[in-house]
Design a protein around this ligand. Structure first.
Ligand SMILES: [Zn+2]
Ligand SMILES: [Zn+2]
Length: 210
């Protein structure tokens, strides 16, 4: 590059390393990112997941130990959606929203429909000590999925949904959103920590690089 790459560029490349399981390049990137932004734990978590997937639990554990010893806690993911002149915020596994029962009913239906359309939950991510079903449940109640379900029940058919997420969207939510956009014929725009994702008719404007 003509100019030094910033956090967004390096973070996107690290995300792709995680997706394509390129551990070697990922290790180089994390060193740079940690020096530039020591407080952002997302990158540590990504790398730790990469180590776990590669069967390097020793290295994955050592990252977790470092994070814990520094007292660094993962920032909770929050997704917000603007509906009916109001901002509605959701955290993972949210129980606080006044329409939460309807939202979870919609979530059940949505997961059933997108599974039939080819979505497979990505349970390879970091959930230690969970069995398969618990992992899936934890994935399904990610904040952006709840925000989308709320959008689906509270806006007219065909209306686009705009969601803001404070962290990087996870691999599983990203693949789920692609299928949701097709099954429900909705354009879904998610601005995550790094960039805009515009999901439409089964694909995303980032072409799976983010
Ligand atoms: Zn997610
Ligand atoms: Zn995307």
């Amino acid at each position: 590059m003509m100019i030094p790459p910033n956090e967004v560029v390096l973070g996107s490349l690290l995300g792709s390393c995680s997706f394509h399981k390129n551990l070697e390049l990922g290790e180089c990137l994390i060193k740079e990112l940690v020096q530039m932004y020591p407080d952002n734990t997302e990158y540590h978590v990504l790398l730790s997941n990469m180590y776990s997937l590669a069967g390097r639990n020793d290295k994955a554990n050592s990252i977790r130990v470092v994070l814990r010893s520094r007292g660094v806690r993962k920032v909770p993911g929050i997704s917000s959606i603007y509906v009916g002149g109001q901002i509605h915020c959701f955290s993972a596994g949210d129980k606080l929203h006044p329409q939460i029962q309807e939202i979870y009913m919609m979530l059940d239906e949505m997961i059933r429909k997108v599974r039939l359309a080819g979505y497979a939950p990505d349970t390879t991510c970091d959930y230690y000590g969970y069995d398969q079903e618990e992992k899936e449940q934890a994935l399904f109640s990610h904040s952006e999925k709840l925000a989308v379900c709320f959008g689906l029940i509270s806006t007219q058919a065909g209306m686009p949904l705009y969601i803001l997420k404070n962290l990087r969207i996870c691999q599983d939510c990203h693949s789920a959103m692609k299928v949701v956009s097709k099954v429900y014929n909705r354009e879904i725009v998610i601005r995550d920590r790094n960039r805009f994702h515009r999901f439409k008719l089964g694909s995303c404007s980032c072409f799976d690089y983010w």
